[in-house]
Design a protein around this ligand. Structure first.
Ligand SMILES: NC(=O)c1ccc[n+]([C@@H]2O[C@H](COP(=O)([O-])OP(=O)(O)OC[C@H]3O[C@@H](n4cnc5c(N)ncnc54)[C@H](O)[C@@H]3O)[C@@H](O)[C@H]2O)c1
Length: 316
């Protein structure tokens, strides 16, 4: 199948390379000309195990190409993944300007029906917003599918190739069937595709981020309590995580994930889930996820000598 990815960053590049590896003809479009030139030459600007060889192989075999030409990218494929950044604004809201810019531009270049797949982490209601923006520029049929990404930096290729689950949110049967066939090679052993409506898919991603942030915040509280009462947080973590109902993941104290949500939880403030108003004009939505800077900080690992150990990071 022909596939287009808009945004050749972490998520877009992993998605593009993995979909090319399973035989699709993938065009990755990014507005960053320097990044695109590097990628065309096989230079992968990310330290992600297995990604560079995958990109280089699929480039060489002609299944993966990079461009800054949005018109070409839109017309290349019936399915277009949106994987542009949605960084948090200072007030915690998600900045959707890149998603909106891309959506408007896609509408202007469409010459056929398209399935648009939102991979970016976005507030509830964004699929409807994206559809409305694209439809302003075209009379062709647009189906928008919410397909949030759950990869972890450090194991991104492996996470994409062997996903815990793939969430597909849409009420368009044809679009769902198209995504089912795109993801089929990654679920040979077990069908892990969860189909739901777009709003539920969008909220699932925010809920997952918040749940993980909450676990780290809880462990920060435990670490503080251990210091006060003379207990050892490592022993507590081990004892707690050995309970099969609780599990070991995301039980390391630290600031590595979901800083905004963690702070809210720690300070007893209610969690805010981003929901776009039905009237698309104002965008007052919180994105319960971490800032790029804290993510980068953890990608580099905890400071040396730090008692905090966080072997992996989860992306936005
Ligand atoms: N990185 C992760 O681990 C991770 C995990 C899950 C979800 N996500 C989410 O996925 C989305 C993408 O994250 P990322 O880490 O890949 O971001 P990134 O910053 O690495 O990449 C985004 C890319 O989009 C490009 N871009 C921005 N606006 C564009 C436009 N209008 N047209 C074309 N290209 C444009 C940028 O140049 C950049 O290369 C975000 O919403 C993020 O929250 C990230």
């Amino acid at each position: 199948m022909r596939v287009t990815i808009i945004g050749s960053g972490y998520v877009g590049l992993v998605t593009g390379a993995c979909l090319a590896e399973t035989g699709n003809t993938v065009v990755c479009m990014d507005k960053d000309a320097d990044k695109t030139t590097s990628l065309k030459n096989g230079h992968v600007p990310l330290h992600e195990p297995g990604l560079a060889p995958l990109v280089q192989k699929n480039l060489a075999e002609g299944r993966l190409t990079f461009t800054t030409d949005l018109r070409l990218a839109v017309r290349h494929a019936p399915v277009i993944f949106l994987a542009v950044g949605t960084p948090p604004r200072p007030n915690g809201e998600a900045d959707l300007s890149a998603v909106e810019e891309a959506a408007r531009a896609i509408g202007g270049y469409m010459d056929d029906a398209k399935v648009i797949v939102t991979k970016s982490t976005v507030p509830v209601g964004t699929a409807e917003r994206v559809k409305a923006l694209i439809s302003e520029g075209t009379s062709h049929h647009v189906a928008v599918v919410s397909n949030p990404e759950f990869l972890k930096e450090g194991t991104a290729v492996q996470d994409f190739m062997r996903p815990d689950r793939v969430i597909v949110g849409s009420d368009d049967a044809q679009a769902i069937s198209l995504l089912r066939s795109l993801y089929a090679p990654f679920m040979r052993r077990e069908d892990r595709l969860l189909v739901m409506d777009a709003r539920s898919a969008e909220l699932t991603k925010s809920a997952a981020n918040s749940m993980l942030a909450m676990r780290i915040s809880f462990m920060n509280e435990m670490a503080a309590l251990c210091e006060r009462i003379g207990a050892n947080v490592e022993n507590v973590r081990h004892g707690l995580g050995s309970d099969s109902r609780i599990g070991n993941s995301f039980l390391f104290p630290g600031t590595g994930f979901g800083a905004a949500s963690s702070a809210n939880i720690l300070m007893g403030r209610p969690l805010r889930f981003g929901v776009l108003p039905s009237n698309p004009a104002p965008m007052t939505c919180a994105k319960p996820t971490l800032s790029r800077s804290s993510r980068d900080c953890w990608s580099a690992g905890p400071p040396s000598g730090s008692p905090i150990q966080q072997p992996w990071t989860e992306g936005g």
